[in-house]
Design a protein around this ligand. Sequence first.
Ligand code: ADP
Length: 483
Amino acid sequence: MHKEQRYRMFAESVIEAVLFHEGGTILDANKAAESIFRIPAEQMVGRQTIEFIAEGYRADVLRRIRNHIQTPYEVIGRREDGTFLEMEVYPKEVTFQGQTLRVAVMRDISDRKKVERILEREKNAIARQRDIIQSILQASNEAFVLTESNGSVLFMNVHARRLLDLPGIAPNKMQERIPLLSTFRPRDRTEMLKKIDLLLDGSAREVSMRFSIPQPNNRDEQYYEMYGTGMDTKRQIGMDSGFLFVFRNRTEEERMDQIKNELVSTVSHELRTPLSSLSGYIELMLARDLSPEKRERYLKTMAKEAKRLTDLLNDFLDIQRMEDGNQEYKKDHFVLNDLVRDVVERFRETSNHSIHFDDADEVLHLVADQDRIEQVIINLLSNAIKYSPHHHEVEVRVRKERTQAHVSIQDFGIGIPEHAFEELFKKFYRVDNSDTRQIGGTGLGLSICKEIIESHGGSIEVESSVGVGSTFTFTLDLAEETL
Ligand code: ADP
């Protein structure tokens, strides 16, 4: 009696539901079972345990009972009022007076499960965030390195790997790796090391420096800016503070800077010559009484210089607009032969060169920006004249070849060395020798020609040999009416 009472007290005092059953038929239930399943204990007696299990799980529970399985499991329970709960079940078989009974201790784990689910969701969210951050870091154009406070690398993106990787096993600390980077210049390595030390020993909160990496082919030197900063992650438990290093490739910027500098110096140089000549003539004319012939000669020279200035400024404006992508090309329908002939005739009037025009047999229709194509012809023809000071013949040829028109302008002047062919159409490029130095220019004409022709889907080429002469040819698709 006493013993039974004691065991009953045991069963009643635990917070877990305790069910005694035989082959699934409930013999006894404790108080906790009442509150978990929301039914008076005495009403549970005689019912089947699986009635208190959600339908989808019943077969599994039955299997466990039949096979005398005693391992704990989780299952969805069903309360008398039809609601569900998550529970953990600890089954145990006991033999009592020759009878095998099953004790099921059941714990309501709905709250724990809820917390677990929240944690799982948070874990996934954090993982997702980490993935996003990693893909941003990987996709970024900059090289990123994250280190611990002692300089040990925690993370590098692909760009950083490319920049800082060493063959074999690289030391993991930034300050040990930098001195081994043979791609960097020795003085850059020394400076970088100094900066990193400043960060690591806490004497600087952030550091930055510029450096460049020479390339094997002596061209395309890569320019970088390194930026290092301390990261205060102490607030996060278990994380030490560390450092972030960013290497930004600023080669394009550097190139633009160089172009700008070149532009400024070319512009100032090119403007100064005609301007000083102009002001010289103006002073002369103001100071002296000149004969009408002299006056006219001076005025003609002044007009020429003024024109040079205007042309120069127009070239600058053109190239600027084209580079900004603001150039719009019209679609004029015109006859190429007429356009070339017009330009040739105009040049004949003002030039001492004799310009032959060798026309095509067919009328060649184009759909293109007529003013711009005219500009190309003018540029090429004035170059041909300008760069053949001692040979006065120039040949202009128009030809049809299948679906295309070719326009060639040939001179017999100073010619172009082969090494310059590739550079010729680049901005500001001028062949540098004693002949060209005497002949003024900005190095913009051919780059404008190339830009215009290529924007029309065409191509432009040069053939030349020094002292023999040059032929520039551009090719454009013909309009359909010609085909
Ligand atoms: P610019 O004539 O104003 O210098 P261009 O862009 O028209 O600029 O030409 C670039 C360079 O190409 C010139 O400086 C010159 O060295 C070379 N060049 C162009 N056309 C000829 C030519 N017909 N004969 C020889 N050299 C030429």
